[in-house]
Structure formats: structure tokens, C-alpha cells
Design a protein around this ligand. Structure first.
Ligand SMILES: NC(=O)c1ccc[n+]([C@@H]2O[C@H](COP(=O)([O-])OP(=O)(O)OC[C@H]3O[C@@H](n4cnc5c(N)ncnc54)[C@H](OP(=O)(O)O)[C@@H]3O)[C@@H](O)[C@H]2O)c1
Length: 242
């Protein structure tokens, strides 16, 4: 799908990867970018100044918030489900309240948002191009121990991505999964790990969308691990468990 001329919406767009996706969309000549944030006050002033930007209040876990935002943005043809949370905890001792929060946001939130914007996306599909992009993670495909609840929520979102792809295939809507490795944002602050630059990850996601990829590995670490996963899923599981 071409970014130039598109009408995009990014959830969780006030900081981190979401903010970089917005900048990158504007740089690639999107016609309109809906910048969706739980608190619109947190959207940076320089982004607001761009005449193509529309700021929307959107909490993906709140049905009323999603319905109100969808009613205010009925022309979206590129939906990027980026909003996410990460609660730390392992599978045996992790706080189940955090597991529930991650599921509610990363899985059910993304699904709720997608359903709400389907009429708009269908209209885009009829015009010739529409896409849903779910920002997942490499560790949706095999877990790391201290993030068991988060990995499970993203695994659920990965499965939803696959189900959705089949469900809307005939409606001209592409469904794309992006599977980054670690990214240098607030989400991983304090975690010692190799982390990709969020601007670079955003650019690689948009390049993947423009190239028609259904599965995007948007950084060097995920590209290498993704290759392993495709040939040897248990090999990736063993590698990440270590
Ligand atoms: N960082 C990584 O290493 C990494 C790796 C792979 C995938 N990802 C994925 O990339 C996406 C972006 O993450 P990030 O690294 O940019 O994290 P981040 O810096 O923590 O930003 C998360 C964003 O999601 C928003 N958000 C959280 N809960 C929300 C809700 N209920 N409704 C609406 N917005 C909500 C936050 O809004 P507030 O400002 O209001 O909290 C914030 O804008 C997530 O889906 C994450 O799982 C991240």
C-alpha cells in the first residue's frame, strides 16, 4: 500500500514508536494522520502544528472512547495498532492483574479498535487500498521468561492478526504483522539489552507496508531471529528461553 496520499491512524501515538510512526507517515506524504493518544495533551506541539494532523483522544481499553474516536475519524484507510503495555513477571509468579492488563490492551484493545474502524477500512478497500498493521513483537512467537504475560498477550494478538487476515481478505483490506525485537523506548527503560532506534523501526515498518509485506521484521535482530523462527520454531524458543 502507498503511504503517500493515505489517511492513517496510529494508536498510542504520543510517545515511543507511535510518535516515530507519525513523523515517518508525515515524511512520506500521508494526506491525513490521526494521532490517537489516551491524553491528547501529551501530543508534541510540533506534531500538532502540521495541518495534516488530527489529534484524537483514544483509550483502546474503553469501548466508549473507541466508539467516539471512530465516529470522529471515518476516512481511515491505514490503521496502525501500536498502543501497548508491558507488565514484567514470569509464568509461575507474575501478577495476574498485570497479565490481564496486557491482554486487555495488547490483544482485546487492538481487536476492539480494528472492529470499530472496519467500515472505514472497507471503504478504503473499495477505493483500492486499505490496511491494518498490528505492532506485535518477536517474542509473540516464542516467550522470554520475565515477560510471560506480555508475550502471551502479543501471541493472542498475533493469532488475531492471522484470523483477521483471512476474515477480510475478500474486502480489499491487507492485514500486516510487524514483529520488532527490542526497541529503545520507555517500555524497555532499565532493561539491559540490544535495542533498535525507534525511528529506524518506524521507517522499516512503513517500508514493509509499501513493499506489500504481510510479515515485517523491522530491525536487524528480529530479521535474524525471524529467519530462524521460519525454519525452526523450536530453535527460536530454545534461544529465547536461554
Ligand atoms: N519497546 C520495545 O522493545 C518493543 C518491542 C517490540 C514491540 N513493541 C511494541 O511497540 C508498541 C509501542 O511500544 P513502545 O515501545 O513505543 O512503548 P511506550 O514508549 O511505552 O509507548 C506505549 C504507548 O502506548 C500507549 N498506550 C498504553 N496503553 C494504552 C491504552 N489503553 N490506550 C491507548 N494508548 C495506550 C501509551 O500511552 P500513554 O503515554 O498514555 O501511556 C504510549 O503512547 C507496543 O505495542 C509494544 O508492545 C515494543
Amino acid at each position: 500500500m502507498r503511504i503517500s496520499g493515505s489517511t492513517a491512524l496510529v494508536t498510542g501515538a504520543n510517545r515511543g514508536l507511535g510518535a516515530r510512526l507519525v513523523t515517518e507517515l508525515l515524511g512520506r506524504d500521508a494526506a491525513t494522520v490521526y494521532v490517537a493518544a489516551r491524553d491528547p495533551e501529551n501530543v508534541a506541539a510540533d506534531i500538532r502544528r502540521d495541518p495534516r494532523v488530527r489529534v484524537l483522544a483514544l483509550d483502546v481499553t474503553e469501548p466508549d472512547s473507541v466508539a467516539a474516536a471512530a465516529a470522529a475519524a471515518t476516512d481511515v484507510d491505514l490503521l496502525i495498532n501500536n498502543a501497548g503495555v508491558l507488565g514484567f513477571g514470569d509464568v509461575l509468579t507474575g501478577d495476574l492483574a498485570l497479565f490481564e492488563r496486557d491482554l486487555a490492551t495488547n490483544y482485546l484493545g487492538a481487536l476492539r479498535v480494528t472492529r470499530a474502524w472496519l467500515p472505514s477500512l472497507r471503504a478504503g478497500g473499495v477505493r483500492g487500498a486499505a490496511a491494518v498493521v498490528n505492532v506485535l513483537t518477536l517474542i509473540a512467537l516464542a516467550p522470554v521468561a520475565p515477560m510471560a504475560g506480555y508475550c502471551a498477550s502479543k501471541a493472542a494478538a498475533h493469532s488475531m492478526t492471522q484470523a483477521l487476515r483471512a476474515a477480510v481478505r475478500e474486502q480489499g483490506i491487507e492485514v500486516i504483522g510487524a514483529y520488532p525485537g527490542g526497541i529503545d523506548t520507555d517500555m524497555l527503560a532499565g532493561v539491559e539489552a540490544d535495542k533498535a532506534d525507534p525511528g529506524e523501526v518506524a521507517a522499516r515498518i512503513l517500508t514493509g507496508i509499501e513493499a506489500g509485506q504481510q510479515v515485517i521484521w523491522p530491525d536487524d535482530a528480529s530479521a535474524g531471529a525471524g529467519k530462524l523462527y521460519l525454519g525452526d520454531p523450536v530453535g527460536l524458543e530454545t534461544m529465547l528461553a536461554a
